[in-house]
Write a protein that binds this ligand. Structure first.
Ligand code: AMP
Length: 394
């Protein structure tokens, strides 16, 4: 695949349509509670500002399902971006069409505008060609910096590429692509994957795809219990996908046949209820009482996993080691985050919960790369080609 990066194309004085992912969380007062996705696009915007380009920002927010929903307007985002960039970002409500085109054409060179939520149009999620064409007609160059939306082929990140003269990946998308390649295609070995989270079912494809690529896999979180059950252990009331016990056995066999070490917890923190205040106890994995729930990995598992992580040159992490939203069951996840952060290795963390976990552990500065994608990152782990990235390959 040969896609162009922003650094390879000229945007000098041109009209650039920049697809960003400003699908940011809001509170009830409509104020943005986390602006990570906004600040992550600043290098690309600044590059265009420095080259006197006119920037037309396009994003989605929430799931308005093809019609205008006032609470999902991007207006507050334009205000926030104005603050972040310290220059005016004009919010344009005019719908796509000749009037908007005239408005954009009349903008003074170097303007920055943000269009209204692109998912207010029914064609967007259908990857409607006409909508892609209309968007393309607004610009000279199309730049995609919306990694978190790249697993969806929609008009504003897929169809549009058929109608623009030039398209490229912005700096954020470039980083996402290159760090992932560095880790999974040409890694410094040993390469390890740390996979956690609630269920095996949601990580099944990822597990199957990474087995032939990695040297070891660490499995933690709720999904570990289906594997422990597959090894003949009783897991009490822990989260279990009974119908996947056979699949878990196959995964373990597959890993073994490929010489991939698969590490499971050796002890767990249990409680009688799924509640932070429920009294805790640490037990070996083969001694989980019938009335208890495993909610975190135990200290011996942390030691075992940490030793393995320290032996690696590259690790990729997706999914927490326990029900880490409850502080009393967050120690395992936090300690694994600290081990990764304090080891001399290339570390890539992706998926909403694991990103929250490294932030919660206060170690995000020491992670080599934190992906901005949840679903998109998981689909890369699953070995899928992301439609928006494929579309850039012209
Ligand atoms: P995922 O989105 O699949 O990465 O799963 C993340 C969720 O898994 C988080 O909300 C965690 O609370 C949950 N989780 C992790 N470990 C456990 C566990 N042992 N029991 C129940 N839920 C868990």
């Amino acid at each position: 695949m040969t896609i162009k990066y922003l650094k390879d194309v000229s945007v000098d004085g041109k009209k650039v349509l920049l697809r960003v992912d400003y699908n940011v969380p809001y509170d009830k007062q409509m104020s943005i509670t986390d602006d990570t996705r906004i600040t992550a696009t600043v290098p690309t915007i600044q590059h265009c500002i420095d080259r006197k380009a006119t920037i037309i920002l396009v994003s989605h927010l929430g799931r308005p399902k093809g019609k205008p929903v006032p609470e999902m307007s991007l207006k507050p985002v334009a205000r926030k971006l104005t603050e972040v960039l310290k220059r005016e970002v004009k919010f344009i409500e005019t719908p796509l069409g000749e009037k908007l085109k005239a408005e954009i054409d009349a903008l003074p060179a170097g303007s920055i505008v943000l269009l209204e939520n692109i998912r207010f149009y029914p064609g967007e999620e259908k990857n409607d060609k006409e909508l892609g064409k209309q968007l393309a007609s607004l610009c000279d160059v199309y730049v995609d910096d919306a990694f978190a939306a790249a697993h969806r082929g929609h008009s504003s990140n897929d169809a549009i590429t058929q109608y623009v003269k030039e398209c490229a990946a912005g700096f954020l998308l470039q980083d996402e692509i290159e760090y992932f390649k560095k880790a999974m295609e040409k890694p410094e070995r040993p390469l390890g994957a740390i996979i956690g989270g609630a269920k095996v079912s949601s990580k099944l494809e990822a597990l199957n795809n990474i087995i032939p690529k990695v040297n070891f896999i660490i499995i933690g979180g709720g999904m570990a219990f289906t594997f422990l059950k597959a090894k003949g252990m009783e897991v009490g009331k822990s989260i279990l996908e009974e119908e996947l016990v056979g699949t878990a056995k196959d995964i373990m066999k597959n890993a073994e046949s490929k010489g991939v070490e698969l590490l499971l917890p050796v002890d767990v923190v249990i409680a009688k209820a799924f509640e932070n205040e429920s009294p805790r106890q640490v037990v070996p994995v083969d001694k989980i009482p019938a009335d208890s729930i495993g909610l975190d990995i135990g200290p011996e598992s942390v030691k075992l996993f940490s030793k393995k992580i320290k032996s690696a040159k590259t690790v990729i992490w997706n999914g927490p080691m326990g029900a880490f939203e409850m502080p009393n069951f967050a120690a395992g996840t936090n300690q694994i985050a600290e081990t990764i952060a304090n080891s001399a290795l290339l570390s890539i963390v992706g998926g909403g919960d694991s990103v929250t976990a490294v932030n919660q552990a206060g170690v995000s500065e020491k992670i080599s790369y934190i992906s901005t994608g949840g679903g998109a990152f998981l689909e890369l782990l699953e070995g899928k080609k992301l439609p928006a990235i494929v579309a850039l390959d012209k």
